[in-house]
Write a protein of this length. Structure first.
Length: 726
């Protein structure tokens, strides 16, 4: 009966999906958005990858100028498994970074945090925050003596997303070069073809850096050759195996070439592969351990890549903006197509992705679990649920650590870590360790996978217990306020990271997410024929509604560049950044950062906690009065989803295309934030989830394209998208 009701609920939007299937020319859609690069633009680097391994190239089609590109979109070669730690000679322990907190839950809580005061606690926090860090595995570049970026002329480079291949043409000192790069769809293999004039010889280098261990950079220290080594293990006429040793980290590089070529060591950690002729075709495979050489050639890798990408584009969803009359539609389509490609090559591995994917390091290469929803929630909605399912299995592997985090803080169940690495160990943070909105993500994402894949029983078996444990923590974390007969959330830094954990309670997005998470967890119990959890139901009935305040007089508002006249009268009810923040709309820091209150409707469905009219007024105030110069890339899709759910379709489109620095999308599709974060994939993922909602709607939605204006300007065609849950 429950299953039948569930199907009846989603049928209206499924009908929309069928009606919108127009037989989109997928190949033409992808081809017209292939990025083309005509100069040595350090922000226009192009990448190939397979979801768990990616390589980024400069305008030569290789990684010839890593130093020149380091402050643009860097020339990374990164993987799921490539990590390194510096030595720990003082024997620092993670426990030394723990700090006791009393947030009124009835017991002391231990958090891995950062310290200003000198001492072992600070040293431990720094070491475990920086280690392990993700490795740059090595650069493959064009070897020409004295070659400089300004010597490369007549550049024309194109990424063919239909085949996953980068083709580059240019001249150096009068000689023409054509270079192709392609990545194996499953193995960590990059294949290259270098062709030059018949009178010249093709030659490439392999350079290997020492890690920097810095917060945000290309992870390449080129001035520490004495700290690591690259040795030749074995060699044949057409292959070689190199062993990389970086402190206690060891990995291997397997080379296989066609025709006559010679490999020699030019200097420490710098090897050169030279062909006897004008063409050099070879594969470079990075391996976490020594194994058998892959029997792959450039041609075999290129063919497998073509087949994989054709399947990806043909079997997933598609959205075609070519029939739209609004002049902005072409740019929106470009962002949508490029975002699919970038996320597929960098954010579909066996572990959650870092915010800069496999391009370069941010936060030491670690991944942030509150961002996994932004990176990957789009996958089931666009027909790629299997890729999300692969990543979600990581949760099960780190469950013991998540359970330990909950236990040391005095709670039941599992508390999912915020900033971490493949091991699941929590990195100390003065902000991240106090965030809580990553907790319901597993429930939401598993629900999306369940709705999208046919193997319901196996999906249930894989995630049901983890969902129960996740919800047990959520229920135990909620504090019962006897005086007001309600449950509250306190002792947290909310998604809008401008409030303090010690004084904050009842932030709106977290309240709404707690409601959605527990409600969905109950649904999973019912699917298994189990009784509903009585405590969860009690919390669902008594969880605090979103707290309200009043719109202030314009004269009392803080001054900032984004402020425009507001259409709302003073004292209109608005939702606060938290119940503990009554001065939300008169304090500049509280109208900066993420406008997370809007996530309570949009990312999430409407619930009993939300008054629609108040949410509309809040959205109106934020649209006109927010400090948009202090936002992040995923804020714009969040605003768009909120607007779409509230019936404000023009605002939904305007939000996705707002002209702000952090909403910039480069030639290669990367969401530029600032000089520190030149690429930021949560913005790309949020865009795709927003487009799915704006096209396919949500359970029970009967409107075609509910997020696009019905003004004759937005004839958006799509097929294969799935609605969001209600």
């Amino acid at each position: 009966m429950i299953k039948r009701l569930f199907l009846l609920t989603i049928l209206p939007c499924l009908a929309v999906s069928v009606s919108m299937a127009k037989g989109i020319d997928r190949k033409a859609l992808v081809a017209r958005n292939n990025p083309v690069v005509m100069s040595m633009d350090t922000l226009a680097s192009l990448s190939v990858g397979n979801g768990h391994f990616a390589v980024t190239t400069d305008a030569t089609g290789m990684q010839t100028f890593p130093e020149y590109y380091r402050n643009g979109v860097p020339l990374g070669a990164q993987s799921d498994w490539g990590w390194h730690s510096f030595g720990n000679p003082d024997g620092l322990r993670i426990e030394e970074s723990y700090k006791k907190e009393d947030f009124g839950h009835g017991h002391k809580e231990l958090y891995a945090t950062e310290y200003k005061e000198e001492g072992r606690a600070r040293q431990a926090a720094i070491w475990y925050r920086e280690n392990p860090h993700r490795l740059h595995l090595g650069c493959n570049g064009l070897e020409i003596e004295g070659l400089k970026p300004e010597n490369v002329k007549d550049i024309r480079q194109k990424l063919d997303m239909w085949t996953g291949q980068i083709g580059s043409r240019f001249k150096v000192q009068g000689s023409r070069f054509e270079i192709s790069a392609v990545c194996h769809p499953e193995k960590d293999i990059i294949a290259w073809k270098v062709v030059t004039e018949p009178r010249s010889k093709a030659s490439v280098f392999l350079r290997f850096p020492y890690p920097t261990g810095k917060h945000s950079d290309d992870a390449c220290n080129w001035n520490a050759d004495d700290k690591h080594s690259t040795e030749l293990v074995r060699q044949t006429d057409n292959s070689a195996l190199l062993k990389r040793t970086i402190d206690n980290t060891i990995y291997y590089v397997s080379l296989k070439w066609e025709g006559k070529a010679a490999l020699h060591e030019k200097r420490r950690n710098y090897w050169v592969l030279s062909s006897d002729g004008s063409q050099l075709t070879y594969t470079c495979e990075y391996l976490p351990e020594e194994g058998r050489e892959a029997n792959e050639t450039f041609a075999s890798v290129a063919e497998q890549s073509r087949a994989c990408w054709q399947k990806f584009w043909s079997e997933g969803a598609a959205v075609d903006f070519s029939k739209c009359r609004d002049k902005r539609a072409k740019e929106l389509e470009r962002r949508v197509v490029l975002s699919q490609y970038l996320l597929a090559i960098q954010c579909c591995g066996n572990t959650p992705p870092q915010e800069t994917g496999l391009t370069c390091n941010s936060w030491f290469g670690k991944f942030h679990m509150e961002m996994i929803w932004w990176h990957q929630s789009w996958l089931p909605l666009w027909g790629h649920a299997d890729k999300l399912d692969r990543t979600l299995r990581w949760y099960g592997s780190v469950e013991p650590i998540a359970r330990e985090i909950a236990m040391r803080q005095g709670f039941k169940g599992v508390r999912w870590m915020k900033m971490t690495d493949p091991s699941g160990e929590e990195a100390p943070s003065k902000v991240g360790s106090y965030l809580i909105w990553q907790q319901p993500h597993l429930i939401y994402l598993a629900e999306l996978v369940y709705r999208s894949l046919a193997e319901k029983d196996s999906i249930t078996e894989r995630y049901a217990r983890l969902i129960d444990e996740t919800a047990d923590f959520m229920a135990d974390f909620a504090t019962f306020d006897k005086e007001n007969n309600r449950y509250i959330l306190k002792g947290i830094i909310p998604a809008q990271e401008t409030l303090k954990a010690s004084v904050t309670y009842n932030p709106p997005f977290e309240l709404a997410y707690w409601y959605f998470g527990l409600k969905t967890a109950q649904k999973w119990r019912e699917r298994r024929g189990l009784e509903r959890n009585k405590l969860w139901d009690d919390i669902l009935q008594k969880l605090s509604p979103l707290a309200k305040g009043n719109a202030p007089d314009l004269s009392s508002l803080p001054s900032h560049s984004s402020l425009t006249p507001l259409s709302l009268p003073s004292h209109s009810p608005l939702y606060l950044a938290a119940e503990s923040a009554p001065d939300t709309y008169t304090t500049l820091s509280l109208i900066s950062d993420h406008p997370a209150v809007l996530g309570a409707v949009g990312i999430l469905p409407l619930s009993r906690l939300v008054d629609t009219s108040v949410m509309k007024q809040t959205a109106e105030w934020i649209w006109n009065g927010w400090n948009w110069d202090k936002t992040w890339g995923w804020d714009y899709p969040m605003v768009a989803m909120n607007a779409a759910r509230l019936g404000e379709s023009e605002r939904a489109v305007d939000a996705l295309l707002m002209d702000k620095r952090t909403n910039t999308y480069l030639v290669n599709g990367h969401n530029y934030q600032d000089g520190r974060l030149r690429c930021y994939l949560p913005g790309n993922g949020g865009l795709l989830t927003a487009i799915a909602l704006m096209c396919a709607g949500w359970d029970g939605c009967e409107t075609v394209n509910p997020g696009f204006p019905k003004n004759g300007q937005w004839n958006v065609q799509w097929e294969g998208l799935q609605p969001l849950p209600e």
